[in-house]
Write a protein that binds this ligand. Sequence first.
Ligand SMILES: [Ca+2]
Ligand SMILES: [Ca+2]
Length: 87
Amino acid sequence: MKKALAAVCALGLALSAPAFAGEGDKTKMVEDHLKKMDTNGDGMVSMEEHRAAADKMFMEADTNGDKMISKEEMIAYKAKEKAKAGH
Ligand SMILES: [Ca+2]
Ligand SMILES: [Ca+2]
């Protein structure tokens, strides 16, 4: 469980991590990420679920589909995530 949560945090940071969010927001953010990744709804993120979420994130960021994320694509992705989060 602890391990799964650490993975969630890592992906959360990799995604967009609002730098100015308070502690409460951070907890909520982790919960949101967990909910997003927990596709079978058992309250935990399995390795498969985490991998699927990471793959999805990669594909979303790789806008030209060359299986590589350039600095520009990463910046665009982060901006998109930030806009989605409403910050
Ligand atoms: Ca699960
Ligand atoms: Ca690319």
